[in-house]
Design a protein around this ligand. Sequence first.
Ligand SMILES: [Zn+2]
Length: 454
Amino acid sequence: MNYDLVIKNGRIITAGEDFNGDIAVMGETIAAIGQNLAGSREIDASGLYVIPGAVDGHVHLQMPFADIITADNFEQGTIAAAFGGVTSIIDFVEPGKGQDLVEALSWRRAEADGQVVIDYGLHMTLLDPDPLILDQVSDAYAAGCATFKLYTAYPHFYLADDELYRALIAVAEAGGLAVVHAENYPVITEVWKRLLAAGKVEAKWHPHSRPAITEAEAVNRVLSIAHLAGAPTLIFHLSCGEAAREVAQAKERGWVAFGETCPQYLTLPDDIYERQDMPGTWFICQPPVRGNAQSAALWQSLASGSVDIISTDHCPFSAEAKRLGEQNFTLTPGGISGLETRLALVHTFGVLAGHLTLNRWVEACCTLPADLHGMIHKGHLIPGYDADIVLFDPQREVTYSAENLHSNISYTPYAGVTVTGVPVTTISRGEVIVENGQFIGKRGRGRFLKRRYE
Ligand SMILES: [Zn+2]
């Protein structure tokens, strides 16, 4: 049999296996995995890892924040993703108060369709606990939003415990997954007030304003309420050992609870908000980066599986926008970039540093995100699945700078950081879209993923 494309002689690494072989593609689909396969086009992957395309289940492209917007639009953001070995992302629908959920989904799709270069899904944000809106959760699920974002932070998104409970029941009844930003916002705002009143307005006070216990308490409360409501729940962006421990305890009780963390919580140093060369506001995100001791705790939680997956919460704002927080850190548009750097950072600081196995790296960045978020036919190297495949050169070293990354911002938290091992070829549904340092895909080739749980 002559296949369309064969990736030959690679070291194929999945969540469960590690062997040398060939992968054959027909059209958009993986057709066979074996030895001595032949194709019309063949790519020699000798010396390279061949892994499933990475899945980033948490990104904010083209997201409005007051009267500004995140720096990466759907085209530029997905190009950056493709360079980083990412073949699927999940962004968000943020309906207006009272807006029909399926209508809001179609509005958001209209912004992304025709622009994205890789496949994408959308989480549906539930910010309006009105019973008429919660009645539409099953319609949103049927339209392809299998996952629902709930917040216990930010005035516009905040759900009190009773509202959270009702929203979680709606998610449970629809058969969806709740994905939750968990922090104790009422307490955090009181801590802020005290800091600001004492003249503590610089970025370095940001982590002090959101202590780890305010996150852990909220994780405990959210998972308790979710268990009561019967809703499977993924806690987003765990930033500390205290919060990860709450997820671990929920799992021990047999609750359907999952945890996500992000590279910024795993790799950025203690002094990130006090650097001489870069303003601390650039790295303000919520929850805050908490430094080396908390990173160590999170690596352990990832290794043990109590934290399941790694996403990025990619949410870059321009240096100009970040200046809004210069005189008062609480006014900073929160978010950090990372869509392009995750696979390499986790390989270098997770695998090579001895925290994670290669299989766990693939599982946490590629396979489990696809499974948890209901992406059918993604995240695995199995015949019949989408041919989303990444060739990763484990030897190549790159020192990051804003110039050699593809996000539309002038800075990166990883400037000067050297990674060992980078994605070199990205294949999305059988089509090579990044190779030899070039993006060669087409704008708009990405598709909306209708996600569901089987
Ligand atoms: Zn986010």
